[in-house]
Design a binder for this molecule. Structure first.
Ligand SMILES: *Cc1c(COP(=O)(O)O)cnc(C)c1O
Length: 370
C-alpha cells in the first residue's frame, strides 16, 4: 500500500473534454461558455437565483464584503475556529473579525454565544459550515433579523450540505464557496458567490471585473478588482458539478466507514457530531482524542505519518495566531478541539481497506490495552 494522502481530487467526468475545448477554441480567460454555465448550474444546486464565479474562495468572500459595503471599523462576527481566509477577508476591508467559541460536539459556531458579542459596530454574522457540516442557521437567522445584521455564509467546505432540508448558500444575503484542490468539488483554484438579491448580484459582477462600465470600454465607474474565474477553471468546475452526486455519495461512504471502525472506541476518539437537522457533506472526517489517550496529538500524528498516512491538525483558533492574537477572546472549546483534533484522510477514492488500515493504525497507537 502506498502513501495515503489527506485529500485527492477525482476527475471522472468531462473535465478533460471541456478543458480541451477551451484550448482548441482559444477561450482561456474569463470569456467563454463555461463560466456562465458553471454559475447557472451552481446557483441551481444551492436553490439560489444568482451565482458569481471568482478566482478563489478567499476573494469571493472579500467581494461579498465589499459589495455589501462592509468597511473601516465595522465588526463581523465569526467562529474562532475556522480557516484563516474567513478572518482575512474581513481584515482586507478594514473591518474587525469578532471571534465566537465553538460548540464542543459539532465544532461549529456556538450560537448561544453570538448575541453577547453584538455591539453598535456589528454589521454582519459570518457563519462557517465547518468541515462540511452546516452551522445552526435557524438561530443565526433569528439573531440577524432581531439586530438587523447581514448574513454571509462561508460555505467554502460545504457544497450541497443541508440544514433542515435547505441547501447552504441560500440562507443569508450571500454565501461564498471554494473549489481549491482539496475541496468537495474542485477546479484547481476557484470560488463562487451565491445570492438571491438582484442588486447585490449586479454589484458583485461589476466589482469582480474592474468595475468597467457595461457600455463603455475602458471606462471604470468604481474601484473594482480582477477576481474573475477563467473559462478553464470553469470547464473543470462544471464537469465536477455534473458529477457532484457521485462525489457526495463517495464522501459519505468514507465518513460512514470511519464511524464503522472508530464509532465503538468513544473512550479514545470522538468524531465531529452531526446534529439531527443537518446533512453534512463530510469534507473532512475529524476525530478528537479523548482523555484516555495519553499521547500528545502531534505525537499521534507523527506516528501515523510513520505508517505513510498523511494527517492534518484541525484548524487553529484565530485568536491565538499572530495576525489576530487576542488574549481577551474566551474560546475554551475551540482551543480544546484544536489541541486534540486530527483530520483524517478524506477523499472519494479511499477504499474500505484503506479506511480500515488507517483506523487500525490509529487505534493501535492511541489505545494502550490491546
Ligand atoms: C478553503 C476555505 C476558504 C478559502 O478558499 P480558497 O479557495 O483556498 O481561497 C475560505 N474559508 C474556508 C472555511 C475554507 O475552508
Amino acid at each position: 500500500m502506498g502513501r495515503i494522502s489527506i485529500a485527492f481530487p477525482v476527475f471522472n467526468g468531462n473535465e478533460k473534454k471541456y478543458l480541451n475545448e477551451c484550448i482548441d477554441s482559444g477561450w482561456i480567460s474569463a470569456n467563454g461558455r463555461f463560466v456562465e454555465e458553471f454559475e447557472n448550474k451552481f446557483a441551481e444546486l444551492c436553490g439560489c437565483k444568482y451565482a458569481v464565479a471568482c478566482s478563489n474562495g478567499t476573494v469571493s468572500l472579500h467581494l461579498i464584503l465589499v459589495a455589501l459595503g462592509i468597511g473601516e471599523g465595522d465588526e463581523v462576527i465569526m467562529p474562532d475556529l475556522t480557516y484563516i481566509a474567513t478572518a482575512n477577508a474581513v481584515r482586507y476591508c478594514g473591518a474587525v473579525p469578532i471571534f465566537v467559541d465553538s460548540d464542543k460536539n459539532s465544532f461549529n459556531i456556538d450560537v448561544t454565544k453570538v448575541e453577547e458579542k453584538i455591539t453598535k459596530h456589528t454589521k454582519a454574522i459570518m457563519p462557517v459550515h465547518l468541515y462540511g457540516l452546516p452551522a445552526q442557521m435557524d438561530e443565526i437567522v433569528r439573531i440577524a433579523d432581531k439586530y438587523n445584521l447581514l448574513i454571509i455564509e462561508d460555505a467554502a467546505e460545504a457544497h450541497a450540505a443541508k440544514y433542515k432540508n435547505q441547501t447552504v448558500g441560500s440562507f443569508g444575503n450571500a454565501a461564498s464557496f471554494s473549489f481549491f484542490g482539496n475541496k468537495v468539488i474542485t477546479c484547481g483554484e476557484g470560488g463562487m458567490v451565491t445570492t438571491n438579491d438582484s442588486n447585490l448580484y449586479k454589484r458583485l459582477k461589476l466589482l469582480r471585473g474592474q468595475a468597467v462600465s457595461p457600455d463603455k470600454k475602458y471606462w471604470h465607474i468604481d474601484v473594482g478588482y480582477n477576481y474573475r474565474m477563467t473559462n478553464m477553471q470553469a470547464a473543470v468546475g462544471l464537469a465536477q458539478l455534473e458529477n457532484i452526486e457521485w462525489h457526495l455519495k463517495e464522501r459519505k461512504r468514507v465518513a460512514s466507514l470511519y464511524t464503522k471502525y472508530l464509532g465503538n472506541k468513544k473512550d479514545y476518539v470522538l468524531m465531529q457530531m452531526v446534529p439531527e437537522d443537518c446533512e453534512s457533506v463530510y469534507w473532512m472526517s475529524n476525530v478528537i482524542l479523548q482523555d484516555k489517550v495519553k499521547l500528545e496529538r502531534d505525537e499521534v500524528m507523527s506516528r501515523m505519518e510513520a505508517h505513510d498516512i498523511e494527517m492534518r491538525p484541525v484548524f487553529y483558533p484565530m485568536h491565538i495566531m499572530p495576525p489576530y492574537y487576542d488574549e481577551s477572546v474566551v474560546a475554551p472549546n475551540a482551543e480544546y478541539i484544536a489541541k486534540r483534533g486530527i483530520s483524517l484522510p478524506s477523499h472519494a477514492s479511499l477504499k474500505e481497506e484503506d479506511v480500515e488500515y488507517i483506523c487500525n493504525c490509529l487505534l493501535e497507537i492511541i489505545c494502550e490495552e490491546k
